[in-house]
Ligand binder design. Structure first.
Ligand SMILES: Cc1cc2nc3c(=O)[nH]c(=O)nc-3n(C[C@H](O)[C@H](O)[C@H](O)COP(=O)(O)O)c2cc1C
Length: 248
């Protein structure tokens, strides 16, 4: 501090310093409980505190899935319908890829693809699959396992009609999972099909359509504090479901 400042100025500086320190301490003391409440409220809203009780889970996993899916949509998550779909060869070699859930009801889950793709062929040889949803912000995952069946052509067509024209032509242009010479070949194929269907509706390709997965096991995972997560498993038992809680 320079020596030639007046006593009055020294006092003034001290007062300013004290006021600043007081203000910082005040903010910290005031914010602390606000932050604690905010973290707790967030944890409750994300299920970290309330968790998944047997009562909340109920007896119908597809109804519970519907509620969680809606909550994931309301939470503003990016593509809550994105899911990993695992299939396997007849010999049991697994493969997995992301897909979009395009429908779910009281019995099943639906997704669409090229029947000649790798997954299409694996499902033909071994009609069983597993789906995995991960809704990170909500600390939730859902695992679904079951038997898969192709949708009827009429059902696939109904969905195909709802797709943008570019996606419809893209479905014709791509022999999904098979080798192409280069990107140019793919784009040329798109242009060919654009020309082919000019002025008409794009028909459903015979090699493209939906699958319906009928679940036999569904596990709901809710992240909880201290890694004591909730895991509630529904297993098909005749017309109903057996409900079991398993260890995290
Ligand atoms: C978020 C996301 C969603 C996707 N959705 C689909 C879909 O609904 N259907 C589909 O055939 N491929 C979809 N794909 C592409 C697949 O992941 C995969 O590349 C393609 O189906 C070929 O897989 P396969 O070779 O194992 O058959 C999606 C990819 C991503 C990243």
């Amino acid at each position: 501090m320079p020596k030639n400042i007046s006593a009055a100025e020294r006092w003034f500086r001290r007062v300013v310093k004290l006021a600043l320190l007081g203000a910082i301490a005040g903010i910290v003391v005031w914010m602390w409980p606000v932050e604690v409440v905010r973290v707790r409220t967030e944890a409750v809203s994300r299920g970290m505190v309330g968790g998944l009780s047997e009562q909340a889970a109920g007896r119908d996993p597809l109804a519970l899935f519907g509620r969680w899916f809606e909550e994931a949509q309301k939470a503003g998550l990016y593509m809550p319908e994105a899911m990993a779909v695992a299939t396997s060869t007849k010999e049991g070699a697994p493969s997995v890829r992301m897909m979009l859930l395009k429908g779910h009801d009281a019995r099943a889950f639906e997704f669409y693809t090229n029947y000649g793709s790798r997954k299409g062929e694996e499902l033909e040889a071994n009609p069983r699959a597993s789906l995995l949803f991960h809704w990170g912000v909500l600390h939730r995952q859902v695992r679904v396992e079951g038997r898969v069946e192709r949708l009827s052509d009429e059902e696939s067509d109904n969905y195909f009609r709802t797709r943008p024209r570019g996606s419809q032509i893209g479905a014709w242009a791509s022999r999904q999972s098979s080798a192409v010479e280069d990107r140019g070949q793919l784009e040329a194929s798109f242009r060919e099909h654009e020309e082919r269907f000019k002025g008409t509706e794009v028909p459903l390709p015979p090699f493209w359509g939906g699958f319906r997965l009928y679940p036999e096991r569904i596990e709901f995972w809710q992240g909880r504090l201290n890694r004591l997560h909730d895991r509630v498993v529904f297993t098909r038992e005749g017309a109903g479901w057996e409900v079991t809680r398993i260890s995290p």
